[in-house]
Design a protein around this ligand. Structure first.
Ligand code: ADE
Length: 238
């Protein structure tokens, strides 16, 4: 049985069967994982197929009903017991540790909200993990679910080259470090040269330069990540 993702959504067409030309799409067609998009509306309990209602206490927008979402969750769990992840800007920020955690399991059930979100009670009753992909607000959880899936699928066995998997391991060890910059041919372009050390053939010097550039980028752009680096990494930064 391959890694199995189910998306619960009001817009299943946002999860096209093939996922197109993406790496995740190719892996899907190769059977390295499975993706089902399920219409939440199919689990509505009345003849009008109602999925939402106005927020208790007033305010703008609509809230997805707990009974309807619960029925959709139950059906997805029937197809394999997997962690439930609710995509919401209120969630814990998605990071590589959570991605690795999910990839190590049998798959995931992704609950995508629209409107003002889900009734809190179904989040609690189903023990959903609330996950955000960043400090901005999307119009729905679907793009966030696709982001999470892409991050997971690239780590599945057989999806990417072994060399990349090894790199992934070193990235994952402690706090992440930003990548060093990359260059390719031509060696001079619009008056800009490729850094000389990268053409020197001196492997140790290349490795040292790349580590320095990675450290500089992390320090300057992501002081939050830099603060979490081990003392050895920081000490060698100079
Ligand atoms: N739904 C709306 N905004 C979101 C975000 N930033 N992350 C995850 N799900 C969302």
């Amino acid at each position: 049985m391959s890694w199995h993702a189910t998306a619960l959504t009001l817009f299943p067409e946002m999860f096209p069967g093939s996922l197109g030309q993406s790496l995740a799409g190719r892996a899907l067609r190769e059977g390295l994982w499975r993706l089902d998009a399920r219409q939440i509306r199919d689990f509505a309990l009345d003849k009008h197929r109602t999925v939402d209602d106005t927020p208790c206490g007033g305010g703008a927008g609509m809230v997805l009903r707990p009974d309807v979402v619960d029925a959709a969750c139950a059906a997805a769990l029937e197809e394999g017991d997997r962690p439930l992840v609710y995509l919401t800007p209120r969630g814990k920020l998605l990071d590589q540790a959570l991605v690795r955690d999910l990839v190590a399991g049998p798959g995931v059930i992704l609950v995508c909200g629209r409107y003002e979100g889900l009734d809190q009670r179904v989040i609690e009753a189903r023990g959903m993990r609330e996950v955000s992909i960043g400090d901005y607000v999307l119009s729905g959880g679907e793009p966030a679910a696709l982001v999470l899936l892409d991050a997971c699928v690239r780590l599945l066995p057989g999806v990417m080259g072994g060399a990349d998997s090894a790199a992934e391991e070193s990235f994952s060890a402690g706090a992440p470090m930003l990548e060093y910059p990359q260059y390719t041919r031509p060696v001079e372009w619009q008056g800009r040269a490729v850094p000389e050390v990268l053409l020197s053939g001196h492997h140790a010097a290349v490795a040292r330069w790349r580590r320095e550039m990675a450290e500089r980028a992390t320090r300057e752009r992501r002081p939050d990540l830099w603060a979490r680096q081990g003392d050895t990494a920081k000490a060698s930064a100079g």
